[in-house]
Write a protein that binds this ligand. Sequence first.
Ligand SMILES: N[C@@H](CCC[C@H](N)C(=O)O)C(=O)O
Length: 297
Amino acid sequence: MSASTTQGLPFLKGHGTQNDFVIVPDPDGTLDLGPAAVAALCDRRAGIGGDGLLRVVRSAAEPAAAAQADRAEWFMDYRNSDGSIAEMCGNGVRVFARYLVRAGLAEPGPFAVATRAGVRQVLVAEDGPDGTPGEVTVEMGRAVLPGPDTVEVTVGERRWPALNVNMGNPHAVAFVDDLDHAGTLYTAPLTAPAGTYPEGVNVEFVVERGPRHVAMRVHERGSGETRSCGTGACAVAVAAARRDGLDPAVTGETATYTVDLPGGRLLIAEHPDGRVEMTGPAEIVAEGVIAPGLLPR
Ligand SMILES: N[C@@H](CCC[C@H](N)C(=O)O)C(=O)O
């Protein structure tokens, strides 16, 4: 993208349980944000700062989403802070939905959002009487457990068995005795067997907090440690349910887990038909204009 194209380009900043995003409205799909431009915008010192970027584009104007245009007017083009593309972002889709309502592009209530992982149904609750933003629920699709049965996660001298869970994007979920055992997470944990995650992986570390209540940390592919990950929380809830001997497809009962993250709390429900639903907050905290010269020429 040329610097001249970005002069006067509006942006917003939002977060869901402190998983934060630069939001770039591009309704007609005229922007070509390459990896370097995304990384510059997400840079916390020299840019606006964020774990990722959400480009807001009409599905009909985005080749990757044209097939979904009859079911969802808007496409969430999600990028990690290093500029890489991911299939799905659970907190991102809640923040995306919040932006659409705030911008008058969607009404509160139920509507659909197109993503690279498919169309997702969202439900934006009305704001409270004191103006507190209502929570946003997203239907996240079904969890897939692609195997192998156990993968291994290593940080320094410690290693744990983990469950491979795909929520549209890949996750390795490890139950640990203490979240501090994951260390600084300045670098990505190692996973084995080799080749399990050819496109990289998000790694979750989980401890028990009580019945159907867990806490987690996450190292995200393309973003490093973040304060929350929605797809990660869904993967964790499904892994916790299986570990607790609960499979809603077998019991016929919805399994609901509370997942605490460094940035807040998410409620995850897995239904007997396999659908996983996530509920949590989503807020827009700032808006502005990108300064000329921020983005690489
Ligand atoms: N924070 C997100 C996940 C973003 C994508 C992830 N880093 C990946 O590369 O798969 C979420 O809330 O789900």
